[in-house]
Design a binder for this molecule. Structure first.
Ligand code: FMN
Length: 320
């Protein structure tokens, strides 16, 4: 998620779950090819398994960037066909590509030829003007014929004329049953469902009809939820027992980022959700918000903020 799932958020997320597949923010092919490639692709090996999400539509550029994804160590390369912002529409990036399934198929084929990494597509169930079941099936069939095996489906259409990106994440109604129908119609394809999912109960319900679940906003605003994922879905122990442990495990990485000149406030804003709903959580957030931007702010800000919330003596259980 743009500006949210930065390397700093992902590092924290990885302390909470070893098995969840994490995604980068979308990076456009133009930025990667003409900009500071190394900066855009920067991540820590501790974040693996990690997918790089690309925004673009030119087959040659997508192939080039898929190769970069492999060179830089990512585990998967994903094409964004779901972002509704005007800025990207003008460049034929994101959800508008649902109206151009042949172009998406061409790009996906080029990416698959360029890399051994899994190439996946994240898309909507439609866009205004192309929102029928048949339109959606045409899209999936063409992209699957190009070799894509995994589709991450945000279960609402994007309305490109008239809604903001934020509204496009809430207003068009969710139609989970369309994703279930895709899985039933194309059982050989992997269908991952996304949109409005917040609890493990909901995840289990969706997993009866699909192959996987992607959480966006809830995983960001309430990252402790991820601490329950390994025990609940992968049969493995949680990597940490308390929120304090998770945050402490992140500190050496934050220090190494501070050492190379990253401002604390750029990182600490992605930690604010960790004590969501906890006694003292508000004091934790307030202390960071009031102090992390000060010149020279370092780890001591986080350590003092941590003292504002009491560490439980027994393991905290992440339940959702
Ligand atoms: C701030 C923000 C940025 C987002 N950026 C991206 C992005 O870069 N790529 C993408 O595929 N989806 C992006 N999304 C959409 C989410 O991935 C997800 O599809 C959407 O929020 C619905 O799922 P959720 O209800 O679990 O959040 C973004 C969402 C938010 C809130």
């Amino acid at each position: 998620m743009m500006d949210w799932t930065t390397s700093h958020y992902r590092y924290l997320a990885r302390q909470l779950s070893r098995h969840t597949l994490l995604y980068t923010e979308m990076v456009t092919t133009g930025a990667l090819i003409h900009g500071d490639t190394a900066r855009f692709l920067r991540h820590d090996e501790a974040e693996y398994p990690l997918a790089l999400q690309l925004g673009g539509s030119d087959a040659g550029e997508l192939a080039h960037c898929a190769r970069l994804a492999e060179q830089y160590g990512f585990d998967e390369v994903n094409l964004n066909v779901g972002c509704p912002s005007d800025r990207v529409q003008n460049n034929m990036i994101g959800a508008c590509l649902m109206g151009h399934p042949d172009k998406v198929a061409e790009g996906v084929r080029a990416m698959i030829e360029a890399t051994d990494l899994p190439v996946t597509v994240k898309h909507r169930i439609g866009i205004d003007g192309r929102e029928s079941w048949d339109d959606l099936c045409e899209f999936v069939e063409k992209v699957a014929a190009a070799g894509c095996r995994t589709f991450i489906v945000h279960a609402r259409i994007a309305i490109l004329e008239g809604l903001s990106p934020k509204e496009n994440r809430d207003i068009p109604p969710l139609k989970y049953d369309w994703v279930y129908r895709l899985k039933a119609k194309y059982p050989h394809l992997e269908m991952i469902i996304n949109g409005g999912i917040k609890t493990f109960d909901e995840c289990h319900g969706h997993l009866r009809h699909t192959d996987g679940v992607m959480l966006g906003r809830e995983a960001y605003h309430n990252p402790w939820l991820l601490a329950g994922v390994d025990p609940e879905f992968f049969g493995q122990a949680a990597p940490v027992e308390t929120r304090h442990q998770a945050l402490r495990a992140t500190l050496p990485f934050i220090q190494s980022e501070l050492d190379r000149g990253v401002f604390l406030t750029h990182m600490s804003r992605h930690l604010l959700g960790l004590f969501h709903g906890q006694p003292g959580g508000r004091r934790f957030r307030r202390y960071i918000s009031e102090n992390a931007h000060k010149p020279g702010a370092g780890l001591e800000v986080i350590e003092t903020a941590l003292e504002k919330v009491r560490e439980p003596v027994s393991p905290e259980i992440a339940e959702a």
